[in-house]
Design a protein around this ligand. Structure first.
Ligand code: GTP
Ligand code: SPV
Ligand code: MN
Length: 612
């Protein structure tokens, strides 16, 4: 038997509820050792992981890891939100009764960490001192050292966060048990994996993965699912899969803040990290706040305020390079402590590579292994064309490494939000940007966000699917309750943010090229939106919102093919009318949706019909 109390005493854990939680689970999962983690333990844990071969060096102060080849993305089918109230059942939250899921997971985890160390990771998903701190505190138990190292980068970790709680019980209890990854029946009817948030018991039980959101419980299980549930239940805030950025006009000194949701692997990190295009760099500066999660609440002055609960970036590696995202390249440079997962690795040079890091893979393949560890030189003929890196390979780095981190990103109350944008990969129909001034129409637009599926979740890439507010995989309540909560929170603001829908991914139907260059040029439509908000431009009213005229966009220095701009500023009424029929079907899935949402749908439909 391990003396858990002695370990907790030595680590200075004073919260009696945390101590009970740790004691109970250490015994249940059969851990051989218990270790309490603080952020300051990182260097030692890195050394241990290198020693154990869990990490390999990737240049000075950077590390490489491979996940199990079957464990490379979130599994949406195996993810469940459980509560004790059947009214919480929605379409996308895979609701199950807590009374069924808690015993099932408890049974599955019994003795499942035998022989392993159980790490205790106390964390905070908010800037310290945030008014939402009581919703943001958690303790993750995990049997995997690399998961601890990721949590250390993605969250603020330390015993002080649980010792300082006013209510000792107000922390989220997270248990992560990896299980035998070789033998979990991935994708079969006997699949053993389960990723469960028991939302009304503030307990997260994840079994059967050590990758990304399946395993870093602070990130999306707490930061999104539990946060969305708590925000709704308390009526205090929204927790959304949103990026958050600032734009400063150096001429006037004015700063705007924009947040918004694009489905997984659709460009949040890239947008939030963007540098102004060279031609506009003298005038505008973009600052980074967050790339994956924002919590929004109404401040005392009646404005909407946003925080980034995270402390790091878990970014998609693919196509990250000096041209697309120079900020990311700096953030993952040597001596940043970055951990790469599932990219290609060269054991001789300790270099890493992924598709799009450079136009062609390294010409000299000596020492290079693909994400599964196969030497490129020894790949079988059927593997030859396969990517070197997994499409959902990622880098993990802390916010402090991001060169254009906003100076005030840790302001406890957050920053005032001027605009909320939605977008996704949509190859036709959706224009570059359309602004929406009405609250219900803005919420309706978020609820009907449709985009092509990506590799961030297991499944098919490229298929169009609806993803409300980009929260489909993270929805905690029924969609009707979610929509009503949005109308309530944003409706309570005296000064309402402007809504907009953006699309960087429209393609030429003939040759498939992107009609908009994207990346750093995405600042241009956002500048237009801010000017619209300030009354400096008027745009052109269409049935689906206000679209910029070509003259209103600052296009200095852009590289566009003739005719492309015109296409992405045009509303294809016929195509939109087809879409409205699909939207109607989609919204009908959600019984009890607020009447304002249906009214918005009917208003937009009627406006399109009138144009036809
Ligand atoms: P999650 O971390 O999964 O939530 O993803 P994300 O929304 O943060 O996506 P990310 O910014 O990592 O982008 C995903 C992929 O889209 C990357 O391969 C990017 O290179 C690509 N991408 C991002 N922005 C643009 C753009 O403006 N144009 C084009 N063509 N591709 C883009
Ligand atoms: C996403 O898939 O949207 C991510 C990565 O941000 S994960 O943390 O795995 O969910
Ligand atoms: Mn995400």
């Amino acid at each position: 038997m391990i003396d858990v109390d002695a370990v907790l005493d030595a680590a200075g854990v004073k919260n009696s509820r945390v101590r009970d939680f740790v004691r109970q689970w250490a015994e249940h999962i059969g851990a051989a050792r218990v270790e309490v983690v603080n952020a300051s333990d990182d260097a030692r844990l890195i050394e241990e992981a290198l020693e154990a071969g869990e990490l390999q060096p990737a240049g000075e102060g950077r590390y490489y890891s491979r996940s199990h080849p079957k464990d490379t993305a979130r599994s949406e089918e195996r993810t469940v939100v459980a509560t004790n109230n059947a009214a919480d059942k929605g379409v996308y939250n895979n609701w199950k009764p807590a009374s069924e899921m808690r015993p099932l997971l408890t049974e599955r985890m019994k003795g499942a960490s035998a022989g392993k160390t159980m790490y205790v990771v106390p964390y905070l998903m908010a800037p310290p001192g945030s008014p939402l701190a009581s919703y943001a505190t958690g303790v993750q138990l995990t049997d995997t050292r690399t998961v601890v190292l990721h949590m250390n980068r993605m969250a603020r970790v330390g015993v002080e966060f649980v010792n300082d709680l006013a209510d000792a019980d107000s922390f989220v209890r997270g248990v992560h048990v990896t299980g035998d990854l070789d033998d979990l029946g991935h994708g079969t009817p006997e699949d053993q994996r389960y990723f469960v948030t028991v939302a009304d018991e503030r307990t997260i039980l994840h079994y059967g993965s050590s990758y990304g959101g399946n395993a870093l419980l602070g990130k999306i299980a707490h930061g999104l699912r539990q946060g969305a549930y708590d925000g709704w239940r308390s009526g205090e805030f929204l927790a959304e899969q949103f990026m958050l950025l600032g734009i400063t006009d150096k001429q006037t000194g004015k700063t705007w803040h924009v947040c918004g949701g694009f489905p997984s692997a659709s460009g949040k990190t890239n947008l939030a990290m963007m540098l102004a295009p060279d031609a506009l760099g003298d005038r505008y500066h973009v600052t980074f706040y967050g790339d994956d999660i924002a919590w929004l609440r109404v401040g005392e002055d009646g404005k909407i305020y946003g925080i980034n609960p995270e402390n790091g970036v878990f970014g998609v590696a693919k196509d990250t390079n000096e041209a697309t995202n120079p900020t990311a390249v700096r953030s993952i440079a040597e001596r940043t402590g970055t951990i790469f997962t599932n990219v290609a690795y060269n054991e001789k040079t300790q270099d890493v590579w992924w598709e799009g890091k450079s136009p062609e893979p390294p010409a000299d393949v000596t020492g290079w292994r693909d994400w599964q560890g196969t030497l490129i030189s020894e790949r079988s003929p059927d593997q030859k064309g396969a990517p070197w890196a997994h499409p959902n390979s990622r880098f993990t780095t802390t916010l402090a490494n991001v060169p254009n981190m906003a100076g005030d990103y840790e302001t406890p109350q957050g920053v005032p939000i001027d605009a909320i944008i939605f977008g996704g990969r949509t190859r036709d129909r959706e224009p570059l940007i359309r602004a929406i001034t009405d609250l219900a129409e803005g919420v309706y637009d978020g609820l009907t966000l449709g985009a092509e599926a990506t590799f961030a979740a297991e499944g098919t890439e490229g298929v169009l699917r609806y993803d409300p507010m980009s929260m489909r995989p993270f929805m905690a309540t029924s969609e009707a309750a979610y929509a009503a909560h949005w109308l309530k929170i944003i409706g309570a603001a005296k000064e309402q943010p402007l809504f907009a829908h953006v699309n960087w991914f429209q393609r030429d139907p003939q040759d498939g090229h992107f009609l908009w260059p994207g990346y750093r040029d995405n600042l241009r439509p956002l500048l237009w939106l801010m000017k619209l908000k300030d009354g400096e431009v008027t745009g052109r009213q269409t049935p689906v919102g206000i679209v910029p005229t070509a003259e209103e966009l600052e296009l200095e220095g852009i590289d566009l093919q003739p005719g492309d701009l015109e296409k992405i500023l045009t509303i294809d009424t016929d195509r939109w009318r087809q879409e409205m029929a699909h939207r109607e079907e989609h919204l009908r899935l959600f019984p009890g949706l607020p009447e304002q949402i249906w009214e918005a749908h009917h208003r937009v439909t009627a406006a399109l019909d009138a144009e036809a």
